[in-house]
Ligand binder design. Structure first.
Ligand SMILES: *Cc1c(COP(=O)(O)O)cnc(C)c1O
Ligand SMILES: [Zn+2]
Length: 416
């Protein structure tokens, strides 16, 4: 079934407003500001209704008019519409009444929210004629580029810090991509990728395709609003690496309000990073929007360990404009957060999920989130990918002989 498109107008500089064609461009030539996708909102407003969205397949592409592809999506059309789970048992532990988990640990196909951004970036890469795609990644993006490129028949290169978790490394290698491990930090990987993009002209999803890539994150916010019954929550806690997701959740809420799909409502958007690499949270807490880069990240939360976040400035604006806050729990709190989410809701999140849960605990303790207010936690990746973080921290199996007597001794001993 083909539907009308053409809602994607072009690119526009976020700082000086200059217009650019809808090509593989990402920085303004005049002021070096980031470029952002422009849509024809009037035309979108004429066609996009709740009913129309609800009639479509349960994927992120049900919001296709607000995603930057010119035609039909060609890669990843099964991605998104992950469960929004009512988390009453977790709510009780947090001392709140209404908590929801946006569960992107089960996103298709690579179990993290990055499948959203990659689906958009690679569909757009095909429209722009790229046959080699690539990325700089802290792990999840590499997994998603590798898998989605494989399914789309594209050649791919993924660049990662060489010391990532084994689950993340294997989770790229298995797809037959070219995995390049760099002995250095993510920021060094990213710098190298900018040079490679310039020299080889490949489609780097988070470099020259970044304006398209970043828009994919909006789908997480659209889904939250729709799945809450077409309303915005009082609070959202979002993990931050480069700071793109948090700004796009904000944008998604604004677009839904402007299009009349949800009522205007003050949704406070809070950002979370791990203490060992929290340049955005540090700046927010210091009351400045100038980010001081972290040169040597030191945390188990590798997926969020970006020392010089590209969207740091804009993520601080998001928190300020929405009345949100920033928190940076330490690694022990992260492990406790992973376990709390698993034990109360049966959801096994990666380290970034532990950051989100632990940050929410801090925000409740500080009185920023109140008992009667609704809260959505963005849980962005699956725990099997970061096993190292909790190895040996969840107890051990009790090993016995295959004997009823041994089992009885064990269980009856415990139940006295
Ligand atoms: C990439 C990532 C994020 C957020 O990334 P941004 O760069 O801030 O958009 C959050 N959680 C996980 C697990 C990620 O991989
Ligand atoms: Zn500009």
């Amino acid at each position: 079934m083909r539907e009308k498109h053409g809602f994607l107008i072009g690119l526009k500089c976020r700082e000086c407003g200059r217009h650019y064609p809808k090509e593989a461009l990402h920085v303004c030539e005049f002021c070096f500001g980031p470029l952002e996708v422009e849509y024809d909102y009037v035309a979108i407003g004429n066609v996009l209704t709740r009913e129309r969205i609800e009639a479509r397949a349960p994927t992120m592409w049900r919001y296709r008019e607000l995603l930057p592809v010119a035609g039909e999506p060609t890669i990843g059309f099964q991605v998104g519409f992950t469960p929004l789970v009512r988390a009453d048992r977790l709510a009780k532990q947090l001392g709140l009444r209404e908590v929801w988990v946006k569960n992107d640990t089960v996103n298709y196909p690579t179990l993290s929210f990055k499948d959203r951004v990659v689906s958009v970036a690679l569909s757009r890469a095909l429209e722009l004629g790229f046959d080699i795609v690539a990325c700089a990644s802290t792990g999840n993006l590499a997994n998603s580029v590798a898998a989605n490129a494989a399914s789309g028949g594209l050649k791919s290169y993924v660049f990662i810090p060489a010391d990532l978790e084994t689950g993340k490394v294997l989770g790229s290698l298995v797809y037959g991509t070219n995995v390049i491990g760099i002995r250095g930090t993510y920021d060094e990987v990213n710098r190298l990728c900018s040079e490679i993009a310039g020299k080889y002209g490949w489609g780097f999803v988070n470099v020259n395709l970044r304006p398209y890539y970043a828009e994919g994150s909006k789908a997480m916010g659209f889904e939250i609003a729709e799945q809450l019954g077409w309303r915005l929550p009082d609070h959202v806690v979002v993990p931050m690496a480069g700071g793109s997701l948090i700004t796009k959740i904000h944008k998604s809420f604004k677009e839904f309000v402007e299009l009349g799909l949800v009522d205007k409502h003050p949704a406070h958007i809070h950002g979370a990073q791990a203490e060992g690499c929290s340049p955005i949270v540090n700046a927010f807490k210091a009351g400045t929007d100038i980010i001081k880069p972290v040169s040597k990240p030191n945390t188990i939360v590798k997926s969020l360990a970006i020392g010089n976040p590209a969207d740091g400035f804009y993520s601080i604006q998001t928190m300020k404009q929405t009345g949100g806050c920033a928190e940076n729990p330490n690694d022990d709190e992260v492990v406790a957060g992973i376990r709390l989410l698993a034990e109360t809701e049966g959801i096994f999140a990666e380290t970034a999920g532990g950051v989100t849960v632990a940050a929410a605990q801090r925000l409740v303790a500080a009185g920023r989130i109140k008992r009667d207010e609704s809260l959505v936690l963005c849980i962005t990746g699956h725990g099997l990918k970061t096993r190292e973080a909790i190895d040996g921290k969840c107890g051990e199996p009790r090993v016995i002989k295959p004997s009823l007597r041994e089992f009885a001794a064990l269980v009856e001993n415990e139940n006295v």
